[in-house]
Write a new protein. Structure first.
Length: 407
């Protein structure tokens, strides 16, 4: 019997081609019923993607902010005529037998406490990034996950963005780049958007810009490097954004630019550049190996009706992308949010609910991305490089440092 193609295997074109009626999430079989915890921007994106993909029903949503709930319900009415339960109590919502799985999309600093409340249900969880704002809270989540009876998937959906899907495959392909030597990532974008009570304008809520915004990128760099980070050095500050911004008498302290250097145990050297006072959005991943260079890039816009464009270039002789080729998902997928990444993240979650193993971020891998991000934040504060092993020991997670980055 021929094995059916998977929407999480192969090139972006092959993944889209695998989205057929024969796949389990598009059949008439009973669909998992989701609870969305958090009705902010990401919570509403999860509502939208669940309906677009069609593999799950949303049983209900819970959020203490009335404005967010009203906005989410308005979005929901545009998507479907199906009922949506508005829960007033988190514990009641999680323990409702009508809920099969739970998506947590609350502000960063609430993740640990919300997950502990959700864990009483023993139901599968998709937890948004970053997993926590401190390494202690993140380690607590890792310990919880190791004994948890169901899957806990972390929201590192950039693994599913089209250009990074193609890039990771090209890096892993035999007779392509060869052994990786250097990795460079960059993001240029406009400032942080408005959130409920402006929580993302303050380090105490977000964990810092390199935690809040950049754990996606450190996760990708870790995946490419395939090793443990040894040293981290970062330089950054608040130069342009929110210099005069106050909320309830508190001055914003969020950084808006940074440069980070990471040395890995296997000799790979990596860098990351962030700038958040640009007009448009540009992302780039550059990987250089023994045999050539790979560049995965995306040009996008926050302006309405402006499509994104992404490209893969692999400067290895006879490689089909030697001069660069466009990559991407169909417009109807990219429009769902994060240029289609959340769409495929939901597919990964669904397949895990069905008992399949997929390449989605684990709590351990999410902690490694947070270790790099937190070490970089610390390096900016102290003005010198950070030894990652010593940093983990200082933060009470030295034992975890001995674990494999791919565990």
């Amino acid at each position: 019997m021929t094995k059916s193609p998977s929407p999480l295997v192969g090139t972006t074109a092959e993944r889209v081609a695998a989205l057929t009626s024969e796949n389990p999430y598009l059949t008439s079989q009973p669909k998992p019923r989701l609870l969305i915890v958090g009705a902010g921007m990401m919570g509403r994106e999860h509502l939208r993607v669940s309906q677009l993909l069609g593999w799950a029903d949303v049983q209900g949503i819970v959020d203490p902010d009335g404005g967010s709930l009203e906005w989410a319900c308005s979005d929901w009415r545009l998507l479907t005529k199906a009922p949506l339960t508005i829960y007033r109590d988190l514990s009641e919502a999680c323990l409702d037998d009508a809920v099969d799985a739970i998506v947590i999309a609350t502000p960063n600093h609430t993740h640990r406490d919300v997950l502990h409340a959700v864990a009483a249900s023993h139901k599968p969880v998709l937890l948004e990034k970053p997993m926590a704002t401190t390494l202690a809270d993140a380690m607590d989540i890792v310990h919880l996950a190791r004994d948890y009876p169901a899957v806990i998937q972390l929201g590192m959906q950039y693994r599913f963005k089209a250009q990074y899907v193609e890039a990771l495959q090209a890096v892993a392909a035999p007779n392509a780049l060869g052994q990786v030597k250097t990795v460079a990532m960059s993001e240029y974008r406009p400032p942080f958007l408005d959130k409920v009570n402006q929580w993302n304008k303050f380090n105490r809520n977000s964990g810092g810009t390199l935690v809040e915004k950049c754990c996606h990128y450190f996760d990708l760099i870790n995946v490419v490097a395939q090793s443990r980070p040894r040293r981290v050095y970062a330089s950054g500050d608040q130069a342009v954004n929110f210099l005069d911004f106050e909320w309830q008498g508190e001055q914003s302290d969020i950084d808006d630019h940074a440069m980070v250097i990471i040395d890995y145990d296997n000799g790979v050297r990596a860098s990351f550049t962030l700038n958040m006072f640009c007009r448009e959005l540009y992302e780039e991943l550059v990987v250089v190996g023994e045999h050539g260079r790979l560049v995965a890039s995306e040009q996008a816009s926050f302006q309405p009706d402006t499509p994104s464009t992404a490209q893969l270039l692999v400067e290895v002789p006879e490689h089909p992308a030697y001069r660069g080729v466009p990559v991407g998902y169909p417009d109807w997928i990219e429009a769902s949010g994060h240029y289609g990444a959340t769409f495929f993240e939901h597919i990964a979650f669904n397949l895990q609910l069905a008992g399949q193993e997929v390449d989605a971020a684990t709590p351990e891998q999410a902690l490694w991305s947070l270790i790099v991000a937190s070490a970089a934040q610390h390096s900016m504060r102290i003005g010198r490089e950070v030894d990652v092993s010593a940093f983990c020991e200082e933060n009470g997670i030295a034992a975890f440092f001995d674990a494999s980055i791919n565990s």
